[in-house]
Design a protein around this ligand. Structure first.
Ligand code: PEP
Length: 249
């Protein structure tokens, strides 16, 4: 199975119904993108975005899900509900969830298992803090987050891994190409212990990806696309990243 390149946008807690005009612009600019394009808006926009993209090959995803199918979990959303609303992906273990909501690797693995059960593709995020990088712990942290966060039933069809250094998210700072290459090579290697078809699992880089640095990042070995926060909110910026990914072959 060839690894289909993926440009994934994470709108976080940004956007409303009026913002869906950005999706119209993105679809007009890239009616047939040569890569997979995904937008993960706030959950309340999924249904409307799905309807709005009926004629456009943009996939839609959630930003988190609960590990249970249903029940007394006020404010939470299940993987099934995301799927029912029109999502085909869900981001899990984003560093903002890990830091602000205390999510552990075990929580992420349970959520990913629920996502798989519901028929969603889980984008599992891993990444070191700046202190961990400065202490020379990056590779150990990534290996241990992968070991704990990827559930048993993960395959290349239902799982994507995103390397997102916490210090690069929303800061305008990015690792060097060598640092990204080193982590992505480790991720590809460690996947072999977790997933039967490890060579086919897509690996994304995330952290201050912009149209101006995308081409360089997409040329790095084992980088199959990007998870993009700030630059996914405007069709003009995200379209530039999609174009760079498309051109990367
Ligand atoms: C993110 O939050 O997943 C992210 C990569 O954000 P940004 O692109 O804004 O750094």
């Amino acid at each position: 199975m060839a690894r289909r390149k993926l440009a994934a946008g994470n709108w976080k807690m940004n956007g409303d119904l009026a913002t869906l005009a950005e999706i119209d612009a993105l679809c007009a600019e890239h009616p047939e993108p040569g890569c997979e394009v995904l937008i993960c808006p706030p959950a309340v926009l999924i249904h409307a975005m799905k309807a709005r993209t009926a004629d456009c090959p943009i996939a839609i995803g959630g930003q988190d899900c609960h590990h249970a199918v249903s029940g007394a979990h006020t404010g939470d959303i299940s993987a099934h509900q995301l799927k029912d609303a029109g999502a085909s992906y869900v981001i899990l273990g984003h560093s903002e969830r890990r830091a602000h909501h205390g999510e552990t690797d075990a929580d992420v693995a349970a959520k990913a298992a629920a996502a798989h059960e519901a028929g969603l593709i889980a984008i599992i995020c891993v990444g070191e803090t700046e202190a961990q990088r400065d202490a020379g712990e990056t590779l150990d942290i990534i290996a241990s987050q992968m070991a704990g966060s990827i559930p048993e039933q993960a395959t290349a069809r239902n799982t994507v891994i995103a390397y997102e250094p916490v210090w690069a998210i929303g800061t305008g700072r990015t690792p060097t190409n060598d640092q990204i290459a080193e982590v992505h090579a480790l991720m590809r290697d460690r996947l072999q212990a977790r997933v039967a078809d490890a060579a086919d699992v897509r690996l994304l880089y995330g952290g201050s990806v912009k149209p101006g640095n995308a081409t360089e990042i997409f040329a790095i070995a084992h980088v199959d696309g990007a998870l993009v926060g700030g630059a996914s909110l405007k069709a003009s910026d995200f379209g530039g990243i999609v174009a760079a990914l498309q051109a990367s072959g």
